[in-house]
Design a protein around this ligand. Structure first.
Ligand SMILES: Nc1ncnc2c1ncn2[C@@H]1O[C@H](COP(=O)(O)OP(=O)(O)O)[C@@H](O)[C@H]1O
Ligand SMILES: CC(=O)N[C@@H](CCC(=O)OP(=O)(O)O)C(=O)O
Length: 288
């Protein structure tokens, strides 16, 4: 009897959560949401399934989700297997011709297809592509010292809008193309920010392996402003991989994105919690 009561309470809570989601479902109906899945957030098969389910659900309820992924750790593993040395300068991988081949193989091949398959296994209709397809992300060389590392220069979102029209979910590897057809390696956060700005997305969700942006006491700052980001960066509290993430968020807002959120992609249903509940998740930075 007691057990049944506990179950009934669970059902009531589930129904309440669904009901609470209604205004958010209405607000995000037809909205474009760009989700960057970092290599460190990919984790286990279970975490990938939870992510894929969230994306399939978003699409089902009328959101246009666009997934942009990283894959730094998997590139490192493959380079190590092939005995190719690799180094990072200011968070960017120095990319010679041999490294570029491996980056393209891992990102557009292994990682991209793993995510596409996971979303489709949950009933979504995902299509894998890279910034080279449909000239989505035409790049310039960032700095000759970094080799084939690209900075997005010209975006053409026709291919993405075509997929939205067919209710398909684009899953994008962060590769760019030069005017001459050369492949470029683009940091995943940078690519997601450029794509979100080109689409004037309602939200840019940057999924990583921490609960959000932490202040000097170690607490997650749930609502972040540009001046706070500047001050935390000057103090060295925002450091390492969090610097490109906050910079990407600010650049995306300047480019017309309504809000960017940095959140833990390993937490179950992280995207749904952020978009469709009163609770929210992670650190949100809004356009002012
Ligand atoms: N102020 C901060 N708040 C949260 N994380 C921070 C902060 N400063 C630095 N970091 C680091 O940034 C990392 C996220 O960046 P990164 O490892 O590049 O992620 P990803 O691979 O998901 O793109 C966190 O794991 C954390 O170690
Ligand atoms: C230029 C550059 O550094 N590109 C990245 C692309 C992958 C990426 O950004 O992966 P995460 O999001 O998992 O870090 C790289 O070669 O590792």
């Amino acid at each position: 009897m007691k057990k049944q009561n506990a179950m009934q309470l669970d059902w009531i809570a589930t129904a309440r959560t669904l009901s609470e989601a209604l205004p958010y479902l209405q607000r995000f109906n037809g909205a474009t949401v760009v989700i960057k899945l970092g290599g460190h957030a990919m984790g286990s098969d279970e975490a990938m399934r939870s992510f894929a389910r969230d994306i399939a659900l978003m699409s089902q309820v009328g959101v246009n989700p666009v997934v942009v992924h990283g894959g730094g750790p998997a590139i490192n593993d493959m380079l190590a297997k092939l005995d190719i040395k690799s180094e990072f300068v200011n968070g960017k991988r120095v990319t010679d011709a041999a490294t570029m081949d491996v980056v393209e193989m891992v990102l557009a091949g292994l990682i991209n297809k793993r995510i596409v398959a996971a979303i489709n296994a949950e009933g979504g209709r995902a299509v894998g592509l890279s910034g080279k397809d449909g000239n989505l992300m035409v790049c310039k060389q960032t700095d000759p010292a970094l080799g084939y590392v690209g900075t997005p220069d010209r975006m053409d979102t026709t291919v993405l809008r075509t997929l939205f029209g067919a209710r398909m979910i684009p899953v994008i590897a962060p590769l760019g193309v030069g005017e001459n057809g050369q492949s470029y390696n683009v940091n995943g956060d940078t690519a997601a920010g450029a794509i979100a700005a080109a689409l004037k997305a309602r939200r840019l969700l940057l999924l990583t392996d921490v609960a959000g942006v932490k202040d000097d006491t170690g607490a997650v700052v749930t609502e972040l402003t540009a001046p706070q980001i500047r001050s935390l960066t000057e103090k060295g509290v925002i450091a390492g991989g969090m610097i490109p993430k906050t910079e990407t968020a600010l650049a995306a807002l300047r480019g017309g994105v309504r809000a960017a959120v940095i959140l833990d992609g390993r937490a179950p249903n992280a995207c749904l919690l952020e978009l469709f509940t009163d609770h929210g998740a992670g650190s949100i930075i809004r356009a002012t």
